[in-house]
Design a protein around this ligand. Structure first.
Ligand SMILES: Nc1ncnc2c1ncn2[C@@H]1O[C@H](COP(=O)(O)OP(=O)(O)O)[C@@H](O)[C@H]1O
Ligand SMILES: [Mg+2]
Length: 408
């Protein structure tokens, strides 16, 4: 049992479930999911911790399950973060190339990125991600690697995602109380997009929406790069709340009713049919009209989609989404959600499937695990440690070779 450098773990602390996924990055670059563990989430509301002790216990339970399944011991993991405090913007950095021949070097690239990162955030915010979009070389846009090009001015566009420092620190502190190290904190919406989108969809332009219990995260791509992202502190739990309030039933019955008879679309043909609401023993408490249930549900989901559509429109990206919208998260189990999204966004919508990843089918096929799998994929893309360290013998022979070449 070991946590070799090719083992990567992701932890999503959701409002509904706490989930750990363990992946193995193979030497050929492919990803294999080896372990999945989950525990119902008892201490989180709208993505915020209301009972950290309970959250830590749930993390331990999910981790133990995943470790057992993967037969590895995890010491560090990539942790997803979300919440209404997370914001994004795009920023441009400018740098003048001073060398005599005006050839752009790696140092110029690092300088321009530093320049773009120097942003004025609200005092209590920290940068979560600053993701490179494109370079602009003497006004020529869309350059992906400017090193070696000749120019007087180099610019770069970055997508910056930031959040409240104390909320981000709370996540790190909580994970550390479980004796685990945090490899990195990652925005859940970014993680979901890494799991659900193909490179082609990113090129064509796509919107990813992950609708969970207390939050809905989204991310927009076009021309291969992330352009916009955000979080709404609204999710499936609000639909349950609306049903409980509107039908005068308890939250637990509303949740059961939503899952068993819910629909995101109002179907006039069955609108007058009645659904029986039962207690724990299966005895009928009351009967409600299907049309009423579906109307309450569709109103809330439509509202969430409309807010996202407005945001995407405001960012000027709506017409660039040629690959359409991809849905993830537990709410995608709801019948009719794809049709409703198509109506609001006026484009093709599909339920996302995890891309380019093998292993546990039960993890890959359920849309609610996309975030945790995406965290593992983030680790594979951004981890700084090499996949396999050369052993001491090959390092020693390398050293001798270098010495010999100096002597010769
Ligand atoms: N069959 C279903 N119909 C409607 N909603 C569902 C269904 N299955 C799960 N959900 C909802 O999905 C949400 C949980 O999604 P998930 O992505 O696991 O959440 P989180 O990441 O916030 O923990 C809950 O609100 C749950 O009621
Ligand atoms: Mg989630």
């Amino acid at each position: 049992m070991f946590n070799g450098t090719n083992i990567i773990a992701g932890l999503e602390i959701g409002t509904t479930k706490i989930c750990v996924v363990i992946g193995e990055l193979k030497a050929d670059g492919s990803m294999n999911i080896r372990g999945l563990g989950q525990a119902p989430s008892n201490g989180v509301r709208k993505g915020e911790f209301i009972n950290p002790k309970e959250v830590a216990e749930d993390v331990r339970a999910a981790l133990a399950q995943a470790e057992k399944m993967a037969d590895v011991e995890i010491r560090s993991l990539y942790v997803g973060v979300t919440g209404g405090h997370i914001r994004c913007f795009n920023n441009r950095g400018i740098h003048h190339v001073y060398s005599a021949d005006r050839e752009i070097t790696q140092e110029d690239v690092e300088d321009v990125i530093q320049n773009a990162k120097a942003v004025n955030l609200p005092f209590d915010n920290s940068i979560l991600h600053s993701i490179r979009q494109h370079f602009i070389v003497d006004g020529e846009d869309g350059v992906t690697d400017p090193v070696g090009m000749h120019a007087a001015q180099l610019q770069v566009n970055l997508h910056v995602i930031h959040g409240k420092t104390n909320r981000l620190q709370n996540v790190m502190r909580l994970v550390q109380t479980t004796s685990l190290q945090v490899d990195d904190v990652v925005f859940n919406g970014l993680a979901s997009s890494l799991a659900l989108l193909t490179a082609e969809q990113k090129d064509l332009g796509a919107l990813v929406i992950d609708m969970g219990g207390g939050t809905t995260e989204y991310a927009v791509y076009s021309e291969g790069v992330i352009r916009h992202s955000g979080v709404l502190a609204v999710g499936g739990d609000h639909i349950t709340n609306d049903l409980a309030y509107g039908l005068k039933i308890s939250l637990s019955r509303a949740e059961k009713l939503k899952k068993a008879h819910g629909s995101a679309l109002v179907n006039e043909e069955i609108g007058d049919q009645t659904i029986s609401v039962t207690d724990e023993l299966g005895l009928e408490i009351k009967r409600v009209k299907a049309g009423h249930v579906h109307l309450i549900m569709s109103a809330r989901i439509e509202e969430v989609f409309k807010i996202i559509a407005e945001e995407v429109e405001k960012a000027g990206l709506m017409n660039l989404l040629r690959a359409g919208t991809v849905l993830g998260g537990g709410c995608t189990h709801m019948p009719g959600i794809v049709k409703l999204a198509e109506k609001v966004f006026q484009m093709d919508v599909v339920i996302g499937r995890v891309q380019n990843t093998g292993g546990l089918v039960e993890a890959l096929e359920e849309p609610e695990f996309a975030t945790a799998i995406g965290l593992v994929r983030y680790g594979a893309i951004y981890q700084r440690k090499p996949v396999a360290q050369p052993g001491w013998w090959s390092r020693f022979t390398e050293f001798i070779k270098k010495l010999m070449s100096l002597v010769r």
